[in-house]
Design a protein around this ligand. Structure first.
Ligand SMILES: CC(C)(COP(=O)(O)OP(=O)(O)OC[C@H]1O[C@@H](n2cnc3c(N)ncnc32)[C@H](O)[C@@H]1OP(=O)(O)O)[C@@H](O)C(=O)NCCC(=O)NCCS
Length: 169
């Protein structure tokens, strides 16, 4: 069946601020989330990253959305059983039908309160219409210098991502 595309143009959509879709998720690391060393499994962190990014994507576009790609993820510090894990997700840039969301992960020692930045990831979500086809997303409104820096840098990452996609095809 030929692919049916939404025809609405992004420019016709009202912009939404970065703060309107910002997401924070907090959990405690339980034994079932951990490897034999007592550290959270990388796959569990990736699962939580995907969920935090999905909530931000849905809050921004208010429609169905799917993960199109996750950029390189590295794990800088382990997170131990019993520690608190916090994920902060925010929309870096909305393109046409896709959105780049940055997710930062922090650990927190429950006894000392010490916090460590453990992981960063960039996740691309694509908004879908009722026919499950990509649909335009609202533009993002940057409010702070940090929002503007992330907005600029997202374009550079998108170029690499799309070049990688083109090479793969
Ligand atoms: C993501 C998906 C909807 C893209 O569909 P498509 O037919 O390739 O759509 P298009 O070529 O029109 O691209 C749509 C948008 O996705 C972006 N996109 C597609 N693949 C991408 C990738 N690998 N990385 C980043 N962006 C990507 C395009 O750049 C475009 O964005 P833009 O409109 O902002 O420029 C489709 O590949 C899909 O459904 N994938 C499975 C998603 C899924 O199930 N995820 C859960 C984990 S399996």
């Amino acid at each position: 069946m030929p692919k049916k595309k939404s025809t609405t143009i992004t420019q016709g959509l009202k912009g939404k601020s970065v703060s309107a879709s910002r997401t924070e998720m907090t959990e405690v690391v339980l034994p079932q989330d951990a490897n034999v060393f007592g550290n959270i499994l990388g796959g569990r962190v990736m699962h939580l990253v995907d969920i935090a990014a999905a909530i931000t994507a849905h809050r921004h576009c208010r429609s169905m959305a799917v993960t199109a790609s996750v950029d390189h993820i590295d794990f800088r510090n382990p997170i131990r059983i019993g520690e608190i894990i916090t994920l902060k997700a925010s929309l870096n840039r909305a393109f046409h039908t896709s959105m780049e969301i940055g997710v930062k992960v922090f650990s927190e020692d429950i006894l000392t309160g010490e916090k460590k930045h453990t992981t960063s990831a960039y996740v691309t979500f694509v908004a879908l219409d009722e026919n499950h086809q990509p649909k335009p997303v609202p533009p993002v409104i940057c409010e702070t210098p940090e929002d503007r820096r992330r907005f600029r840098e997202a374009l550079v990452r998108r170029k690499y991502r799309l070049a990688h996609r083109a090479n793969r095809a």
